[in-house]
Write a protein that binds this ligand. Structure first.
Ligand SMILES: [Zn+2]
Length: 259
């Protein structure tokens, strides 16, 4: 399955592969236009079906045991990424929630999933490599739901939303940023940017779920270079009939093409 997905962000390359005259260097169009501030983003599977149900159970129904299952999924994607990670300690940082949101929900789902994943990894001998570093990155603003926003709007919405609280925990560290779902990558990119600015050596991203962009499957290649407003990619549109097969099929690739 290698070559079907962007080597950086994991996006399906169906669109790029069909665009004549573009170099097929293993990167998607967006990653070629501007390299993300992270080395690579990996996910266990496509954000639909059972995986999506689990995330909803955890986030919206506060069913905490769902974090254990999602954590095991996350552990698999981290284990697959591991061979391409440098030696030494990797600081694991869950994408933070705003304090208000976290007290409303009672927990940060990314933190719960990260803890469950690290527990799982320690059982398979990875214990010394990954070190949870919660609290070093904070969310200063509650950015609200990003559903329905374009990539550009998401990026603007997230500007200044994150800050490094403990620079010594970040400086010169290799960091694995963890979240429940990677949608457009706007959140991961903004966190990685803030971490890099605070002196992080390199940043990787691992999530349980991954939304594959609708545009890669359905939009005609009329997007001019430099434009980064993708057509509104909403969570809703991913659930449309007909999308399921296209989005489910590459799932295996996401989980296995890494490392
Ligand atoms: Zn990419």
């Amino acid at each position: 399955m290698t070559g079907s997905y962007c080597a950086i962000c994991g996006e399906a390359l169906l669109y790029a592969a069909k665009t004549a005259g573009q170099p097929l260097d293993g990167r998607c169009r967006l990653c070629r236009l501007a390299a993300p501030p992270f080395e690579r983003a990996v996910a266990y599977g496509s954000y639909d079906g059972a995986l999506r149900d689990l995330v909803h159970l955890l986030k919206f129904s506060q069913v905490r045991p769902a974090a254990q299952v999602l954590g095991r999924m996350l552990a698999e994607s981290i284990a697959a990424l591991d061979p391409s990670l440098p030696s030494g300690i990797i600081s694991v940082i869950p994408v933070p929630l705003h304090a208000h949101k976290q007290s409303q929900r009672g927990f940060n789902q990314a933190d719960l999933i990260a803890r469950a994943a690290l527990k799982q990894l320690s059982r398979s001998g990875h214990v010394k490599k990954f070190e949870l570093c919660a609290g070093a990155l904070v969310r200063l603003r509650d950015t609200g739901s990003q559903i329905g926003l374009t990539r550009h709007q998401r990026r603007q919405n997230l500007r200044g939303a994150f800050a490094v609280k403990d620079a010594t925990a970040i400086s010169n560290r290799n960091i694995l940023l963890v979240d429940d779902v990677y949608t457009t990558g706007a959140t991961a990119s903004e966190c990685a940017r803030v971490l890099r600015r605070a002196g992080a050596a390199r940043v990787w991203v691992a999530t349980a779920g991954r939304t594959l962009r609708v545009s890669n499957f359905f939009v005609e290649p009329d997007v001019s270079e430099g434009r980064d407003d993708e057509p509104g990619m909403t969570e809703h549109s991913m659930a449309e009939p007909g999308m399921t097969e296209a989005s489910r099929e590459p799932t295996i690739g996401i989980a296995t093409h890494v490392g």
